[in-house]
Design a protein around this ligand. Structure first.
Ligand SMILES: [Zn+2]
Length: 200
């Protein structure tokens, strides 16, 4: 079966055929890497996606950090941050934070878990499975936990001069969630999924 791939650098169309785990296919014209079959992709993706979903709930509901200043203490979870933004009528910012830090990561973790769990089962032939893989392509760049993390880091630097900060479990779990979502980019092999759908 032919597997045509375009070289990312020089656009040459190459018939790569099937490659096995850990193998790399290069471009015969410019020598650049065209495709790399990830090792143990399905099992690793399942582990990472489940860990991400475990981190998700406390990352959203538990306090990120607490601030103590002039005898008062304040703390907020990620969900409360969105609520505060809504109360202060920053609707657009609230929507962006909710979409990139809550909805998109949850959707991405669930979708990759679904795709990996049904890999090599009859479900793969179902049109819904193909649709799920297509949706993954579309939402791949939506989740931006790193941007929110940068926001937290900037607030820590700015606030530590005027208040005493204590970090909550929410922040620990948020970092865990962020690491799992980043790890998905390394473990999940969308090419392998398409190849197997095509073979059936
Ligand atoms: Zn090339």
């Amino acid at each position: 079966m032919s597997h045509l791939h375009a070289c990312h650098e020089c656009d040459l169309l190459i018939d790569i055929g099937s490659i096995s785990e850990g193998q790399v296919a290069g471009c015969p014209r410019c020598g650049c890497e065209v495709i790399r079959r990830k090792i143990d992709a399905i099992r690793r993706t399942k582990v990472v996606a489940i860990s991400g979903l475990i981190f998700f709930v406390p990352a959203i509901f538990m306090p990120l950090m607490a601030m103590h200043a002039v005898g008062r203490a304040n703390s907020a979870s990620l969900l409360e941050c969105v609520e505060i933004l809504l109360q202060t009528e920053l609707y657009f910012v609230a929507l962006i934070v909710a979409l990139t830090s809550i909805i998109a990561p949850l959707f991405k973790l669930t979708l990759t878990l679904y795709i990996s769990c049904y890999f090599d089962t009859p479900v793969m032939q179902h049109p819904y499975y193909r649709k799920a893989v297509l949706i993954y392509h579309k939402i791949d760049s939506w989740e931006m936990l790193e941007v929110f993390m940068m926001g937290i880091l900037v607030s820590i630097i700015k606030l530590q001069a005027m208040a005493v900060l204590t970090f909550g479990m929410g922040l620990v779990c948020f970092v865990g969630l962020l690491l799992c979502v980043v790890a998905l980019r390394v473990t999940f092999d969308i090419e392998q999924i398409w190849e197997r759908i095509h073979e059936h």
